[in-house]
Ligand binder design. Structure first.
Ligand code: GLU
Length: 465
């Protein structure tokens, strides 16, 4: 049997990190077993589904590089097939038309509530459906009345539900459109899904779906219901806890691998290892090791991981992502040093790529103003003279290289009997606009001769103005 998993989001918003974790676990499980991973867009709720949201899901999957082997399949393209299955269930006596009106159902509900009973359909039309002219019926599935359904859940263990707890659910609305539980069942069956990995908010649907699958004579998939992700306050993770959309993490400067690494550890562990390459994740991942209880999203830890990835990934890879952030700041990376060298210079100090882009601006663009504090501290009486001397020494340099630049600063410090800082700091402010930058030789070699010299000049004018 080919292990086949699927990620089946409803396109009614952005791709939430909880959804991304479901996608990741499904993807890992398929990859681990050399199986197939399918993307299915569950867009039958025409009122809530939007193209924008489909695009956001696809964009999120692409950014995370969770590549799918089949799909995206769209449920709205499969209405004929759902109709066929509904007809099949009707024909074999496993479904029936129901003509009960909204008012009747409402009244039934009120009565049941008054009697402290669980509100559920009483099966009236199951026994005798009487067509009512002018009223389009819904179709209900004939759920077994006796016995139990046992979900052999790979994460939570066996979950047993009595059939009498499940009423005859609607599988086609009065307008003929199929409902969620029917479409999922038909698709999982047709697409040969062997493992349904999804959020545990779907546990209530599972026994109903299993009953429909049984009625269709289909093989039952294995189920793994993943616990929810909570915010620090114990409530379900939502916007008010900070970023929750996958693309927002990109916008805030996270690397996709860092987010994947963070997500894989949310509810899954392998000893006390924290950092996993994709290959390691694929090798070690198993549904049996997924924790059955909810996990809490910890932004601090994600930030720490992101920094680890920024520091330890191939600089060229980090540079590719940094390039996008530079573009967001209106910076053209061709107007300055190779991004890969910027990454090497800045990676220790930057926990996000947004930070890295912002502190690397001056390599590419003139800064508008000096940082006031840095000016006060470092542009003092005589610093114009120091800068003038540096200017001449730099201008005479034949090769613009860190080592020589560094030597000039050392020599000058010696000649003027000043400590290094008295030279390097005004120089930093002159070329970067503030006193914070990588080592001065690195900064200057990245900046290049032209920008360095013109900025030193600008600083001298500024001090003397
Ligand atoms: N479309 C459902 C959702 O977005 C998921 C259905 C499933 O995984 O079975 O929650």
């Amino acid at each position: 049997m080919t292990i086949t998993t699927r990620f089946a989001p409803s396109p009614t918003g952005y791709l939430h990190v909880g959804g991304a974790r479901t996608a990741l676990f499904s993807w890992l499980y398929a990859r681990k077993h050399g199986g197939k991973f399918i993307l299915r867009i569950e867009d039958t709720d025409l009122e809530r589904s939007t193209q924008e949201s489909v695009d956001a899901i696809l964009q999120g999957m692409t950014w995370l590089e969770l590549n799918y082997d089949e799909g995206p399949f769209y449920q709205t393209h499969r209405f004929d097939r759902y109709k066929e299955v509904i007809q099949q269930l009707l024909a074999q006596g496993d479904a029936y038309y129901c003509y009960c009106s909204k008012e009747e159902l409402e009244q039934l509900r009120t009565e049941q509530m008054a009697n402290k009973e669980k509100p559920r359909y009483n099966g009236k039309c199951r026994v005798c459906a009487e067509p009512i002219t002018g009223r389009e019926p819904v179709v209900r599935f004939k759920n077994p009345v006796d016995g139990v359904v046992t979900i052999p859940d790979l994460v939570k263990g066996d979950i047993v539900v009595a059939n009498k707890e499940l009423d005859d659910l609607i599988i086609a609305r009065a307008d003929g459109t199929p409902t969620y539980n029917l479409t999922v069942v038909v698709d999982d069956m047709d697409m040969g899904v062997s493992h349904v990995i999804r959020g545990d908010d779907h546990i209530n649907n599972t026994p109903r779906q299993m009953n429909i699958l049984k009625a269709l004579g289909a093989a039952l998939p294995q189920y793994a219901h993943l616990p929810m992700i909570l915010g620090a306050d114990g409530a379900r993770l939502s916007k008010r806890h900070g970023a929750v959309s996958v693309m927002q993490f990109r916008d805030e400067g996270y690397l996709p691998e860092a987010l994947l690494n963070y997500l894989v550890r949310l509810g899954w562990s392998h000893g006390d290892q924290e950092i996993f390459s994709l290959d390691e994740m694929i090798n070690y991942f198993d549904l049996n090791d997924v924790n059955g209880s909810a996990s809490t999203f910890n932004m601090e830890k994600l930030l720490w991981l992101n920094h680890q990835y920024i520091m330890n990934s191939e600089p060229a890879h980090v540079a590719r992502h940094l390039s996008w952030h530079m573009g967001q700041l209106g910076i053209d990376p061709s107007e300055g040093p190779a991004l890969v060298d910027v990454v090497k210079a800045q990676r220790e100090r930057c926990k996000t790529l947004v930070e890295m882009a912002s502190v690397s601006r001056y390599f590419y663009k003139e800064f508008d103003a000096y940082d006031e504090k840095s000016v006060k501290k470092n542009f003092t009486t005589g610093s114009d003279e120091v800068l003038a001397q540096i200017y001449h020494a730099f201008a005479a340099l034949e090769i613009w290289e860190g080592e020589q630049l560094h030597q000039i600063v050392i020599d000058l410090a010696e000649r003027l009997a000043l400590n290094m800082g008295k030279i390097a700091q005004p120089l930093r402010v002159a070329v970067c606009g503030s006193a914070v930058s990588p080592a001065i030789d690195v900064t200057l070699s990245l900046l290049g001769r032209e920008k360095t010299l013109s900025r030193i000049k600008r600083a001298i004018d500024y001090i003397q103005r």
